[in-house]
Design a protein around this ligand. Sequence first.
Ligand SMILES: CC(C)(COP(=O)(O)OP(=O)(O)OC[C@H]1O[C@@H](n2cnc3c(N)ncnc32)[C@H](O)[C@@H]1OP(=O)(O)O)[C@@H](O)C(=O)NCCC(=O)NCCSC(=O)C[C@H](O)C(=O)O
Ligand SMILES: [Mg+2]
Length: 295
Amino acid sequence: MAATARPRRSVLYMPGSNARALEKARGLAADGLILDLEDAVSPDAKDVARQQVCDAVKAGGYGGRELLVRVNGLGTPWGYADVAAAASCGAHGILIPKVESADMVRQVEAIMQANGAPADMAIWCMMETPKGMLRAEEIALASPRMGGFVMGTSDLAKDLHCAHTAMRLPMITSLGLCLLAARAYGLAAIDGVYLDLNDDAGFEAHCLQGLELGFDGKTLIHPKTIDVANRLFAPSEKDVSWSQTIIAAHAAAAAEGKGVVVVDGKLIENLHVENAKRLVALAEQIAQLEAALGK
Ligand SMILES: CC(C)(COP(=O)(O)OP(=O)(O)OC[C@H]1O[C@@H](n2cnc3c(N)ncnc32)[C@H](O)[C@@H]1OP(=O)(O)O)[C@@H](O)C(=O)NCCC(=O)NCCSC(=O)C[C@H](O)C(=O)O
Ligand SMILES: [Mg+2]
């Protein structure tokens, strides 16, 4: 299963049919890229998009960014060819849309295996239908290749007949079910997109809510939103400094045979130290990724 400590603060979709976007992404500060063959690509551009995406990934130049290819579903005319081509293109993972069962995952897995997918190539699932929500645990356990969930909140809202509201109360159960399954089985969980590119305050509020809920990061549709997602989903300097303080204090207490310690009036137990270590590791990985990107 994929390590959840990898930075996934900002994961940018780009239509696989858009050669300019595929090129531009090599210089963008997103932690991950979703090279889309599904909804952002019109039917008459599907074959060109598949070829362009595979060529772009093979050509490289994306640095440490995580590369996921979102394929079309196997029930479409393009799904099989997408998975077969993506399996050996060198991407980190294949993102399956509208996943509703473990069986859907296993069908993709079988095609990947038959087409030379490396052992460490991950399967990611778009969680975006009512059946998918109800079967989140079964899907999380579908394959040893499972890497993470990406919330498809636009499709979900359509299927639920619910509104897109500021605090997303209508879809909070769905978000929670997917987070529970992801965290229970060590998967990453990336929040859905914010569609209003002119509403910076609304975007920021959604990022903060996603962070508070426990998501690792946010999927994005435009490069101008990358910096905000990177800032909000990164541990702050204050968080890192506090984490380092309590890790050291707890280690010193443990050396004296104590299980707990009080730092600045706060009781610190092992569980706090575990979380502190996760944050410090994440901050280190972000620093490495940004250094590699020259940021
Ligand atoms: C929304 C867009 C169509 C806007 O595109 P455009 O009009 O070109 O925007 P700009 O002129 O502001 O672009 C400025 C420059 O940035 C590049 N650009 C724009 N978007 C991207 C991108 N996504 N990745 C990489 N580069 C991008 C432009 O090429 C410009 O570059 P330059 O030439 O140097 O000036 C467009 O942003 C877009 O297509 N976004 C992605 C839309 C998409 O992928 N949608 C599908 C995913 S969302 C989804 O499916 C949700 C899920 O399934 C669910 O159900 O919820
Ligand atoms: Mg969708």
